[in-house]
Design a protein around this ligand. Structure first.
Ligand code: SF4
Ligand code: SF4
Length: 77
């Protein structure tokens, strides 16, 4: 099963909570402003993400989602 981790950068207010709680140190605060004028979080090391969803649970602005990706081969079953 594959998963996609997505941060809606324009919902993010750059509080940094997700960066602090990530056990794998995947997240960092970006140095580019979003539409609201905040520096949003992004996955600096996506290859290290274990999809534990702690960041999603922690985000006060519900800016992070993890969704299941249905593989092409599976979708044909
Ligand atoms: S899902 Fe877990 S490992 Fe991945 S970025 Fe969020 S807290 Fe870090
Ligand atoms: S916890 Fe949410 S609002 Fe705060 S930096 Fe992370 S994604 Fe942005």
């Amino acid at each position: 099963m594959a998963y996609k981790h997505l941060i809606d950068k324009d919902r993010c207010k750059g509080c940094g909570l997700c960066v602090i709680v990530c056990p794998k140190k995947v997240l960092e605060i970006s140095n580019e402003l979003n539409a609201k004028g905040y520096f949003p979080a992004h996955q600096a090391r996506p290859e290290d993400c274990i999809q534990c969803a702690i960041c999603c649970t922690m985000c006060p602005d519900v800016a992070i989602t993890i969704s299941e990706i249905v593989e092409a081969a599976e979708a044909q079953k």
